[in-house]
Design a protein around this ligand. Structure first.
Ligand code: GZL
Length: 328
């Protein structure tokens, strides 16, 4: 039963309790806090899919936070990177009468109708990771990263290392229409504006290794040894590109320098061994904050509309130092 329905039902069940001594699972535990035998919070989580190492780490973080021990009954859906499937999952959560919905929206657009349906059903929505173009009134809060700053940091590294050399750059973009890809492109473009760096091409690899490899193969056929540097919107596309670069007889990290975003284990390993040259972190551990926001919203507390989680960046030397202690 949804939390907001409990006001009236609580009165009735209290009265029933007075006469029958029995109560459903809505009776609060000792402290009234969910998870101590008290109210269990039913949450529907609409994940993008399993497109990258970052996504796996994010899903793990969310499942750990929305555990039974923490007072949750989690309904999980991964939408295989398909927006229409993700919207259908949210509609299903509404029909199931969950207490709250969490979404990692694949793309920014297309969310207004289903978010309005959730609002009409009095089910609060929390966004984690990426954002939407819909009005802020249609969701309770968002916890994520500053994608524009991630792109800017990557661009500043390229500017610092390649401006004034007439360098040729190719870009592997993330999922088309996702806030991560849109904002990283904006930040990166701002950072290299006014330099003599020549952007030869920029296409989407959909945040996947296979996508990165296929697009990089096309770049190498078209531009070959003219490519000096690759900017990949995430580690996984960069890792896919490594295969293409080696198959072309070139040495990644030297013939073609590579800057990526995420800093997952495989990316940091490539950085430590010299195949990547610079990584900007994008922290996937958002589960704890998302769970805290769900509990606070359901408890009627006022919450921040936006929570940005801090990122850092790594050189090859820094990657060697921290690789064994990385949490993901
Ligand atoms: C960023 C996240 C992106 C990662 C990719 O927060 O949305 O999606 O950078 C992931 O690895 O697929």
């Amino acid at each position: 039963m949804k939390k907001k329905m409990l006001a009236g039902a609580a009165l009735l069940s209290a009265m029933a309790l007075a006469f029958t001594g029995c109560a459903g699972n809505t009776s609060p535990g000792a402290s009234g806090e969910p998870g101590d035998g008290g109210d269990v919070i039913k949450v529907g989580f609409a994940q993008t899919g399993s497109e990258s190492g970052w996504r796996s780490a994010n899903t793990e973080s969310m499942k750990e936070a929305f555990s039974k021990e923490n007072g949750f009954d989690l309904v999980f859906n991964a939408a295989d990177n398909k927006q229409e499937a993700q919207i259908a999952a949210v509609r299903s959560f509404i029909n199931q009468g969950v207490d709250a919905i969490v979404i990692a929206p694949i793309t920014v657009d297309g969310w207004d109708d289903v978010l309005k349906e959730a609002q009409d059903a009095q089910i609060p929505v929390i966004l984690e990771d990426r954002t939407v173009s819909a009005s802020e009134d249609l969701y309770a809060s968002w916890v994520g990263l500053d994608f524009e700053q991630e792109g800017r940091t990557a661009g500043e590294w390229v500017k610092e290392n390649f401006d004034g050399k007439g360098a040729n750059l190719v870009i592997l973009e993330g999922t088309t229409g996702s806030s991560a890809a849109l904002d990283r492109a904006t930040g990166f473009g701002e950072a290299i504006k006014g330099t003599d760096i020549n952007v030869l091409d920029s296409q989407t690899g959909d945040f996947t290794r296979d996508g990165g490899k296929k697009v990089m193969e096309g770049y190498l056929q078209k531009y070959g040894k003219d490519i000096d540097v690759l900017f990949a919107h995430n580690d996984d596309m960069g890792l896919g590109a490594l295969d293409a670069i080696k198959a072309a007889g070139l040495t990644p990290g030297k013939d073609i320098q590579i800057v990526t975003i995420d800093a997952v284990k495989d990316g940091m390993t490539a950085l430590a061994n010299g195949e990547f040259n610079f990584i900007v972190e994008c922290n996937p551990l958002l589960g704890e904050k998302a769970a805290e926001l769900v509990k606070d919203v359901l408890a009627g507390k006022t919450v921040e509309k936006k929570t940005i989680v801090e990122d850092q960046s790594f050189t090859q030397e820094q990657a060697k130092e921290v690789l064994d202690s990385r949490p993901y």
